[in-house]
Ligand binder design. Structure first.
Ligand SMILES: Nc1ncnc2c1ncn2[C@@H]1O[C@H](COP(=O)(O)OP(=O)(O)OP(=O)(O)O)[C@@H](O)[C@H]1O
Ligand SMILES: [Mg+2]
Length: 306
């Protein structure tokens, strides 16, 4: 029997790329049942995998206000930081809730100054004192004017992508906390992102509200960023005592299937009070159900990305 190589392309398929030169590393001989390695390919594949694993950019988006975008960005980032991942949060919302919720203050190097070219991403990054793996580019009130300023720039939808390219490989994950609008700022976030997390509040007509954000993601995918994927829908503010909440979760799962995170975030007072202490809930009350569930989500997120 002639020796054949079976292409073992899980990682490559997942990325959606095909590397002819690197494919040998993923070949198995049907005669010897052993992988075929070449050192040159190993080096090549390592740099490829590093590019894949490092710096995944994830947006937190939903045009509906108050559904848990910022709470999720902060607490998922904190959970991942505890699990030894380097995470950068980019606060792209003029409300600056992620900035204040993590105890940071805005200064003159922020998301706005990066977008308009007055600062670079690297020089705008601040490190959390309590969680050394957690970093932030703060928001500023000037972001209110960003849409106007961006419109007069070339490649206005690609500004944030270009800004983050400088630091993409310095982090395991970069999270962009979007505002509750689907304007040019959120479009910049989606264009820069590899995936998007859509928090969905467990309330009446939850599915109805998703049409706009899904349309925007589809439009971004077809015209500006073909690589973008939905990382997951996250059910938030779940109250197990309410029959409606259970029905909503079931309905969203029926509709979106495996795209809905298994972890459901409960309504929890510790989650809502933590930002006033400038802390993620894990540092505010590690024993709370909010902390437990966001840590659970962090592990699920890592499993999905391993
Ligand atoms: N699971 C939860 N339990 C209790 N309170 C929560 C929970 N999730 C979020 N909150 C609170 O609900 C409010 C809205 O949450 P959050 O700011 O995360 O939403 P958002 O989608 O980022 O809002 P916006 O659209 O204004 O940016 C906040 O006061 C937050 O503390
Ligand atoms: Mg927010």
């Amino acid at each position: 029997m002639a020796q054949r190589y079976v292409f073992y392309g899980y990682v490559i398929q997942k990325k959606g790329c095909f590397f002819q030169d690197a494919s040998k590393i993923f070949c198995f001989s049907t005669l010897t049942h052993t992988p075929v390695f070449y050192q040159r390919d190993l080096l090549y594949i390592c740099s490829f995998l590093k590019g894949y694993i490092m710096g995944k950019i994830v947006s937190f988006a939903n045009q509906k206000g108050g559904v848990g975008k910022t709470t999720t960005a902060i607490n998922l980032a904190a959970g991942l930081a505890v699990l030894e991942q380097r995470v950068l949060i980019v606060d792209a919302d003029p409300q600056a809730n992620a900035t204040s919720g993590l105890g940071f203050e805005s200064n003159d190097r922020n998301t706005y100054s990066c977008l308009v070219g007055q600062a670079t991403a690297r020089e705008s990054i601040q490190q959390s004192a309590e969680l050394p793996n957690l970093y932030l580019i703060p928001s500023s009130i000037h972001l209110v004017a960003a849409e106007e300023d961006l419109r007069s720039m070339e490649r206005s939808q690609f500004r944030l992508k270009e800004v983050l390219a400088e630091v993409k490989d310095d982090f395991d994950y970069i999270f962009i906390d979007c505002s509750p609008s689907l304007g040019l700022l959120t479009l910049n976030a989606l264009v820069a992102s590899d995936s998007v997390i859509i928090p969905v509040q467990c309330e009446y007509l939850a599915l109805e509200g998703l049409g706009k954000i899904l349309h925007t993601i589809k439009m971004t995918e077809s015209q500006l960023n073909p690589e973008i994927e939905i990382e997951g829908f996250l059910m938030t503010m779940y109250d197990s005592r309410l029959r409606l909440a259970n029905q909503v979760v079931e309905e969203v799962r029926r509709h979106f299937g495996h795209l809905v995170f298994e972890t459901v975030i409960p309504r929890n007072t510790r989650l809502s009070e933590a930002p006033s202490y400038g802390k993620p809930v894990l540092l505010h009350d590690a024993a709370s159900s909010g902390a437990t569930n966001y840590l659970h989500l962090s592990k699920e997120f890592l499993r999905n990305n391993s």
